[in-house]
Design a protein around this ligand. Structure first.
Ligand code: SOE
Length: 378
């Protein structure tokens, strides 16, 4: 019988649902020594928190996150709040000796992130950041192929994350679903929200980034603020494109925007090496495109690998070969890896320390956007 691991979740938005779903499913599919128990959900709006608790099966509701952290029956604090609360909650949770799972990006900036990483290390508590795309089986397979040296020397990395949901000038900023547009709550716009995913995957697949040069734009400069009722300046980057040089000598381009009409969540990356290339597309997340230059000339070409076989990462835990899985499973995999990590005393990545590297790149990108100069990372 797996031992219970009591979860206290703070926040109940989109990510609260994605994580709760993962906690529910994980032991049905993975053979684990620990089992998440949904002990408490915490949010200021008691009625909404109660409704969330009823839907997802949380045993209790706790309106004050400090009280939740103090509770003896909570083992793990799962931070699903807007970014400006991550630091304070994580520092308090670490001090109370709780394990911490934190939504991405780790923090508002790398100064905060460094404090958080130091705090969990000092407290010796397990920690992880929810950069879920690493656990899409096709992306994990890309990592395995690269680590096996199949691409050889890497020349290029390019990633985009495109959306179109903020084009309307009538869309307000701030408050519940729209805190991502409020710089005081989010810290930045597409850089911290979307490019952070691209950067996390890139650092994982291709190693560290030395320097960047970026351009950012805020297309809609003023929006009504939901919390003040007034029209206020918009402080986030609506779009950002940057060039990067990796430590391994490869060159990169990254682009993200919420103004790419027609695109809802198009995350793609491509990596080109001496011996081969890999492409991945979130809209076709169960496929990995792979080109191997060592193939016989007449037959050489891009393969589209359907990532549904028992040989593929995580897939032996799901259905029979040929039947695919989706977005929500990446969160299930992340919980499974975290629980296995606890059982085997091997921290699951990305830890706060790993995620701090992404935060440093985001800081450098934003600084370069402001100064129009190349900026060294960290
Ligand atoms: C923004 O729309 C968002 O929900 C991000 O916050 C998520 O991290 C990303 O995975 C999808 O888009």
């Amino acid at each position: 019988m797996p031992k219970p691991l009591n979860i206290g979740m703070i926040g109940y938005g989109f990510m609260g649902r994605a994580h709760s779903n993962a906690y529910h499913k994980v032991n049905h599919f993975f053979d684990l020594q620990l089992q998440p128990v949904l002990k408490a959900v915490c949010a200021r709006d008691a009625a909404k928190a109660r409704a969330f608790a009823d839907t997802w099966g949380y045993e209790s509701v706790e309106p004050d996150w400090r009280k939740l952290i103090e509770r003896k029956d909570i083992d793990v604090i799962d931070i699903c709040t807007p970014n400006n609360l991550h630091r304070e909650i994580a520092l308090a949770a670490a001090q109370a000796g709780k394990m911490i799972l934190c939504e991405k990006p780790l923090a508002m900036n790398s100064k905060e992130g460094a404090e958080m990483a130091a705090a969990v290390e000092k407290a010796g508590v397990a920690n992880m950041v929810w950069y879920n795309y690493r656990r899409v089986p096709a992306v994990t397979l890309a990592k395995n192929l690269i680590d096996e040296g199949r691409l050889g020397r890497i020349f290029h990395y390019r990633a985009v994350f495109l959306q179109d949901w903020t084009i309307s000038t009538d869309l307000p900023q701030g408050g519940l679903a729209l805190w991502r547009l409020d710089v005081a709550a989010a810290g930045s716009g597409v850089t911290g929200d979307l490019l952070a995913h691209c950067i996390d995957t890139a650092l994982w697949l291709n190693g560290g980034i030395d320097r960047v040069t970026a351009m950012t734009e805020t297309f809609v400069q003023e929006r009504k603020h939901n919390l003040t009722g007034k029209v206020e300046p918009v402080g986030i980057d609506d779009a950002c494109a940057f060039l990067a040089r990796f430590k391994n000598g490869s060159l990169a381009t990254f682009e993200s925007t919420r103004y790419a009409r027609g695109h809802k969540a198009l995350y793609t990356f491509e990596i080109n090496g001496e011996k081969g290339s890999i492409q991945w597309d979130l809209h076709d997340l169960h496929r990995l495109s792979y080109f191997d230059h060592r193939d016989e000339g007449r037959l050489r070409g891009w393969r589209s690998i359907h990532i549904t076989d028992g040989d593929h990462p995580y897939m032996s835990k799901w259905w029979v070969p040929g039947l695919q899985i989706g977005y929500e499973h990446s969160f299930v995999h992340q919980v499974a890896d975290f629980l296995n990590g606890l059982a085997n005393n091997q921290p699951a990545s990305p830890t706060f320390r790993d995620a701090l590297e992404t935060q440093k790149v985001c800081d450098a990108v934003l600084e370069s956007g402001r100064t129009a100069q190349w900026v060294e990372v960290g």
